[in-house]
Design a protein around this ligand. Structure first.
Ligand code: DX5
Ligand code: ZN
Length: 217
């Protein structure tokens, strides 16, 4: 399983997004955190910024929607140029219909679980998805401490993916750094979001390479 490193622009300088995207060329995807101050207690950016960012970089955009009413909004992020759109199952009214709509519009469909949301009720939905995101912090802010207690959920999800023989990618997001990425990889994650560990480094591109080496080890 190929390792992918997705820097989160939540930790970048929002006034210099195009340059910040270029600073991590070599990354697999650019992770774009959309927050609406309702689903999470923070507010970031929306469709127009994603449209501009998609024009400004060749790195595909991995949009993580931490918003209410993703059924209404997610398709607009595909139209804005996102290559992958993640909605939270806690907010989606009709997750299967939404995943199918995202795929039909031409993007990868992904579903996220907050720390307290179990994977088991969603086992039968996995074939509808291209990626599953397990949050390893409570969504809303960068720079929080990694929740070790999520490792068993990552492991159980990997077992379900393998049991069904699915190609599904397994993403982790929150507190992923040099000191936690190996535990995530051991548990079965293959797509790693890192905000502060990349943009807090003096050389973000080097931080991406270092994280990749660690996850592959
Ligand atoms: C948190 C966001 C994350 C955030 C991760 O709600 O979904 O993508 O940017 O930041 P770090 O890597 O600093 O925990
Ligand atoms: Zn995120």
């Amino acid at each position: 399983m190929a390792v992918q490193i997705n820097p989160s622009i939540l930790s970048a300088d929002f006034a210099r997004l195009a340059d910040e995207a270029k600073a991590v060329e070599g990354a697999d995807w650019l992770h774009v955190d959309v927050m609406d101050n309702h689903f999470v207690p923070n507010l970031t950016l929306g469709v127009p910024v994603v449209e501009s960012l998609a024009r400004a970089t060749d790195t595909p955009l991995d949009c993580h929607l931490m918003i209410e009413a993703p059924d209404r909004w997610a398709p607009q992020y595909v139209e804005a140029g996102a290559g992958s759109v993640t909605f939270h199952v806690e907010a989606a009214a009709a997750p299967v219909r939404l995943a199918r709509e995202i795929r039909a519009k031409g993007a990868r469909a992904s579903m996220a679980l907050k720390p307290a949301t179990p994977i088991e009720p969603y086992e039968d939905l996995l074939p509808e998805l291209d990626m599953l995101l397990i949050m390893t912090v409570e969504p809303g802010f960068g720079g929080q401490a990694f929740l070790d207690i999520m490792l068993p959920k990552i492991r159980r999800t990997r077992e379900l993916i393998d049991k069904h023989g699915l190609e599904l990618w397994l993403q982790v997001d929150g507190g992923v750094s040099a000191s936690t990425i190996e535990r995530c990889a051991d548990a079965g994650a293959d797509v790693f979001v890192a905000g502060s560990a990349v943009y807090g480094a003096s050389d973000p591109a080097e931080a991406v390479r270092a994280l990749r080496n660690q996850a592959e080890a």
